[in-house]
Ligand binder design. Structure first.
Ligand SMILES: Nc1ncnc2c1ncn2[C@@H]1O[C@H](COP(=O)(O)OP(=O)(O)OP(=O)(O)O)[C@@H](O)[C@H]1O
Length: 537
């Protein structure tokens, strides 16, 4: 007996070893599968996010400048960014969850078919009201998302103001933080109110839907009890059928919820499609040779406005000429420069190149190097700030230093902590900042580096000290030799040496000529020049 027990005990132990091993192996395999699938899902999430954001960025970069004047464009852009950030990832997660739920539902339905097939349609019907409530909710939330677009953009703008380094000094100097936060709060309240109303509506409709589904299930339970009472089927069959029904209808509702989530994601992805479908030119502009650039009877109103800011304007810049635009604030100088640089299409009249109307305004962009009044201060390296002048070509460091020297920026760039590689933003590690005039010199260096035949300088010396300004204007003809130069300035002493000066007023050219001829005319130019000269005496 003892021998038998011993043998039995040994047999049990021997048999349990592979079983225990199998449990350990299966457990580890499940752990490995979980770890690998988590990794794959996380990587997929990041890659999907990157891909979708890349699509949005590509479309945003290709969009014409005029699109940026349209608030609707910014709404589309913001919705596309929203969709790209969250919705594709959700779609991936929901699709995986649907696969799992469908498998479970099919298994339960299989059991049902053999037991009480007639309960299958009942399970489907019980899920219908919940599905309808979810669909209504999805549509109303998507409508709300659209309605709140502008409000959300305003709130996000306030967030940038409150957290940006560039804004930090003025917001503190004015003690503006509190007032801006109050506005941010009000904007957020409006959003929350919208969401709260939508959620309240959904709560009631989903409660109603649940009640309707429960009525269906109760009717089936009642029917089952009656069938048992009249001895048509036995209690065990009804009990298992009802348990199955309960399982199946919960799966059907879960599936409905997941499908509704997918439907919602598809609605948002439609926003992404709408944005990326905004037409943008697919071709590259033809290469042309620089000649005389002329605005011929150009009229223009900014998109979304009907007030013309340029009316029948005619100006010409010949190769090798230095032309100046002067006039009071808001008279249209920058707008005219933007049209000559090919950034906007005129509404009437045309831009001519050697007498031929320019069909594709992008050729003007290729010919121009513009230093805007409000040029961009790239918080990247100093060398990037210069070589961005010609981004499509390989970086030419020697040429960049030449451009820096021409703009009088080489000395201060060389003295930065890591020279031209220094990041110009204190938000970044080892970053430095520049003075307003130094930034302006970098922007001018960018124009030199671009080395384009048509140079547009919009208030290029506003931040320069008088010596630097004088020096730049005195050297402009040499620095930009053989190029056409159009410069905008309020300093009459700086423009007096231009080959021709156009005086603008209220969107029109009211006078043109050399400094001497305009002075002899005793018109607006002479008057403004005299006032300015007097104030310097
Ligand atoms: N993006 C825009 N959308 C609508 N109107 C604009 C836009 N930019 C400028 N304007 C309007 O166009 C008119 C001309 O502006 P523009 O900037 O061309 O004047 P400016 O002569 O360069 O002025 P300043 O000397 O102040 O730089 C102004 O009335 C201005 O309000």
């Amino acid at each position: 007996m003892a021998t038998l027990e011993a043998a039995g005990g040994n047999g049990f132990r021997a048999a349990s070893i592979p079983a225990a091993l199998a449990i350990v192996v299966l457990g580890s395999a499940a752990g490995i599968v979980r770890a690998v699938s988590t990794r794959i899902q996380r990587m997929l999430t990041v890659k999907v996010d990157r891909h979708a954001t890349a699509i949005v960025l590509r479309s945003a970069v290709q969009a014409e400048l005029s699109e940026f004047e349209d608030p609707a464009f910014h709404d589309w852009l913001q919705r596309a960014v929203f969709a790209s950030r969250s919705r594709l990832t959700m779609l991936v997660t929901a699709t995986v969850a649907i696969g799992q739920t469908v498998l479970a539902a099919v298994a339960i339905a299989g059991t049902f078919v053999s037991m009480a097939w007639w309960l299958l349609p009942v399970a489907a019907v019980s899920a219908l009201p919940v599905l309808k409530a979810a669909r209504d909710d999805r549509n109303s939330r998507h409508r709300l998302h659209h309605a709140l677009s502008e409000n959300r953009r305003r709130r996000e703008y306030l967030e940038r103001l409150l957290t940006g380094r560039d804004e930090a000094k003025e917001i503190r100097a004015l003690r503006l933080g509190r007032a801006l936060r109050d506005r941010w709060d009000a904007a957020y309240r409006q959003e929350i109110q919208g969401h709260s109303e939508a959620n309240r509506r959904y709560m009631w409709s989903s409660l109603g839907a649940r009640a309707a589904a429960d009525v269906v299930v109760l009717a089936v339970v009642g029917g089952g009890i009656w069938l048992v009472a009249v001895s048509v089927i036995d209690l065990a069959t009804v009990a298992s059928a009802l348990t199955g029904l309960w399982f199946l209808s919960t799966r059907a509702q879960m599936l409905g919820g997941l499908l509704s989530g997918i439907g919602e994601s598809v609605l948002y992805l439609e926003d992404l499609r709408t944005f990326t479908a905004i037409p943008s030119p697919q071709t590259t502009p033809p290469r042309v040779v620089m000649g005389t650039v002329q605005a011929d009877q150009v009229s223009f109103a900014y998109p979304g406005t009907d007030r013309p800011v340029l009316r029948d304007v005619t100006v010409a810049v010949k190769p090798g000429e230095v032309i100046a635009l002067v006039g009071e604030n808001g008279s249209g100088k920058t707008t005219l420069a933007k049209i000559l640089a090919g950034l906007y299409q005129p509404d009437d009249g045309s831009v001519l190149l050697d007498g031929t109307p320019v069909a594709d305004i992008r050729v003007l962009r290729d010919l121009s190097a513009v230093v805007f009044q409000d040029f961009v201060r790239y918080k990247l390296s100093a060398i990037d700030n210069v070589t961005f002048g010609r981004p499509e070509a390989p970086v030419d460091v020697e040429r960049a230093w030449r451009a820096l020297a021409q703009a009088g920026a080489d000395a201060f760039v060389a003295s930065l902590p890591t020279g031209a590689e220094t990041i110009l933003g204190k938000e970044f590690a080892c970053g430095a900042d520049l003075s307003g005039g130094q930034w302006q010199r970098l922007a001018i260096a960018r124009a030199f580096y671009r080395d384009a035949p048509f140079v547009i300088l919009d208030e290029p010396t506003a931040a320069l000290d008088p010596k630097a300004e004088d020096d730049l204007f005195a050297r402009i003809r040499n620095l930009f030799a053989n190029r056409s130069v159009l410069m905008i300035s309020h300093r009459f002493s700086s423009v007096r040496h231009a080959d021709r000066i156009y005086v603008m007023e209220d969107g029109r050219v009211i006078e043109e000529g050399t400094h001497e001829s305009l002075m002899a005319r005793h018109g607006t130019y002479a008057q403004l020049f005299t006032i300015q000269a007097r104030s310097y005496r």
